[in-house]
Ligand binder design. Structure first.
Ligand code: 8OZ
Length: 371
């Protein structure tokens, strides 16, 4: 029976254990550049089998929150190189999460103060995070988006390609994870609540998944499928995401991914950061069916699960073969040495919600390791 502490090969990634640090937005990269604090923070967590970085904008247009990092400027890539060096020096593996927020943005964060872009011009009932001139943070409503012209879509796909290539070749990452979850651009194309298009990118399931597969093909072409993962959240309501019938939609996605040779598939089960049994559509979502669909289509990547796992649930998931890898979010915020704590059944620090988004070292790099 596999345990959380067994090594695993996921595509080209040789992982020391099955414990993954989930992507976690922390809003501590002014000018979109990860700095000294981020170098320390990720280095402290390098005993994870794999670190997935916080979501990182592939382009200025893909940016939607204050002080999140990017991959589109030389200074941003240089900042990330210092992070990957620190993680590698400590023996860890790290992939960067490739992010385009789509409509979850604000005019003030967009090139030329323009409207955020989306599959359709439907404003999200959702908030983003800005920093005021005096340095304090505030949550504000996301801006009204404009619908993308079909002719603009290849350019965004190219931004994913360029960011992935630079992530590997310049910033020194071991791989990339496409952010297809949580109501951002890829997910906005997928789901019926946000995609009302009548062209090749909207309507049928096949059409709504076209953008996702174009991004996957561009990224794998640039860096290799063995270094590429993807995160999906079939039923999350995060960022006002919705679909009336998610099972056939995500089965179609899983089947298409099955033939593309990815390193791993990362699934957020239920409502991101919330109830694991949350669902959309008429029936509870069947994650076992999703995985079986992927395997049946030839998918050999690692199956990575996330959302509200504790040690017991994670051990069971890996032990009975339901999953190959488990990602922990809040527990990794509060416990840099989470792997050794889980192994030794040591106590866990509690995460401090007040310091999740924005701020300094407090609640970021100052959580203690166990004695
Ligand atoms: C929390 C706050 C801001 C962004 C996600 C990138 O949900 C995020 C995010 C989470 O995937």
């Amino acid at each position: 029976m596999a345990t959380l502490f067994d090594p695993l090969r996921a595509g080209d990634l040789a992982l020391a254990n099955r414990i993954v640090m989930a992507p976690l937005t922390r809003n501590r990269s002014p000018n979109a550049v990860p700095g000294d604090l981020s170098v320390t923070y990720y280095g402290q967590r390098a005993t994870a089998g794999l670190i997935v970085t916080e979501a990182t904008a592939i382009s200025h247009q893909g940016q939607g929150y204050a002080d999140v990092p990017g991959l589109y400027g030389a200074d941003q890539l240089a900042g990330w190189k210092r992070v990957t060096d620190a993680v590698h020096k400590a023996g860890g593996k790290i992939v960067v999460q490739l992010w385009h927020v789509g409509r979850i943005s604000h005019n003030s964060l967009q090139p030329g103060g323009g409207k955020p872009v989306a599959p359709s011009a439907i404003r999200a009932k959702s908030k983003t995070f800005l920093v005021k001139p005096d340095g304090s943070g505030e949550f504000v409503e996301t801006s009204e988006p404009r619908a993308l012209d079909a002719a603009e879509i290849p350019g965004i796909v190219d931004d994913f390609r360029r960011a992935a290539k630079a992530a590997i070749e310049v910033a020194g990452f071991d791989g990339v994870e496409i952010h297809g979850a949580n109501g951002y651009l890829v997910d906005q194309f997928l789901r019926s609540g946000t995609n009302h298009r009548s062209d090749d990118y909207g309507g049928s399931i096949e059409n709504r998944a076209r953008f996702l597969f174009a991004v996957v093909d561009a990224v794998t072409d640039a860096v290799g499928a063995g270094r590429t993962g993807i995160r999906l959240s079939p039923v999350t309501p995060a960022n006002d995401a919705s679909d009336t019938d998610p099972q056939p939609l995500f089965n179609h996605v899983a089947a298409g991914l099955g033939s593309r040779g990815l390193a791993y598939i990362h699934i957020v089960e239920g409502a991101t950061g919330g109830a694991r049994d949350f669902s959309q559509g008429e029936k509870p979502f069947d994650y076992t069916e999703l995985k079986a669909t992927y395997r049946k289509a030839g998918g050999h990547g690692a199956w990575l699960v996330n959302n509200g796992y504790d040690k017991e649930l994670a051990e069971k998931a890996v032990g009975d073969g339901y999953a190959d890898l488990v990602a922990f979010g809040k527990l990794f915020i509060a416990n840099p040495d989470l792997v050794s704590r889980l192994k030794r059944n040591a106590g866990l620090n509690d995460p401090d919600k007040a310091t999740f988004y924005g701020g300094d070292a407090k609640g970021y790099t100052d959580y203690p390791t166990a004695a």
